[in-house]
Ligand binder design. Structure first.
Ligand code: GRF
Length: 204
């Protein structure tokens, strides 16, 4: 029986698209819901075009009531029978109340080589630090922001002419290769980490 995957987005959803398109054939999982906290998220139309049911839980009416927002998120996910949650450009911080409920069943992709550069503005921080490389990480979500067990990483060289924008643009295709590769193993209960680097497609 395929594992039922719910994908949480806040914006364009390019990682969501890559995940949805990867779940075919002998893949052990299938997408059953794309959920956004922003009713204007561009990814919602992309999910509908791919035939995936969508839902919106707008965080704004909840104000500072994070627990109320998360209780509704949780209800919608459970109603759809979601078994694995993939955060993909989801821009709300989740409290331990929610991450605890989905412990061991929730993934996130973060645009840095964790544990380097948790939080925001990772590209600018890597450039400011003069790093030779940057990358992205797929990890299990725990109560610690961007802190859970690492399930995969993809690396790219930083070019001296890079800007945060050019770095982000070059990293995104690597995210679209990494996240589906990690989910495929994760859904088959295979916890071997996935390591990719630009220029090689072999999984290591
Ligand atoms: C990506 O940089 C991803 O690493 C981060 O959110 C950004 C937007 O992703 N989590 P998407 O195009 O909305 O999937």
């Amino acid at each position: 029986m395929s594992r039922r995957v719910g994908i949480l987005i806040s914006g364009g959803g390019s990682n969501m698209v890559a995940l949805v398109k990867s779940m075919t054939g002998d893949h052990p999982a299938r997408p059953v819901l794309v959920l956004s906290n922003d009713p204007e998220a561009g990814g919602l139309a992309k999910a509908e075009a791919l035939g995936v049911p969508t839902a919106v839980v707008d965080h704004r009416p909840f104000g500072k009531d994070r627990a109320g927002f998360e209780a509704e998120l949780d209800r919608v996910l459970r109603e759809a029978g979601v078994e694995i949650v993939c955060l993909a450009g989801f821009m709300r911080i989740l409290t331990p109340g929610f991450t605890g409920k989905w412990a061991g069943r929730m993934l996130n992709i973060h645009p840095s080589l964790l544990p380097l550069y948790k939080g925001l503005h990772t590209y600018a921080r890597a450039l400011e630090a003069g790093d030779a490389e940057h990358g992205c990480t797929v990890h299990e979500v725990t109560a610690e922001l961007d802190g859970g067990p690492i399930l995969g990483q993809a690396r790219i060289a930083i070019d001296k002419s890079d800007t945060p924008e050019s770095l982000a643009a070059r990293l995104l295709p690597m995210e679209h290769a990494l996240y589906p590769a990690v989910l495929r193993r994760y859904a088959a209960d295979d916890r071997r980490p996935v390591f990719l680097s630009a220029g090689t497609s072999a999984l290591s």
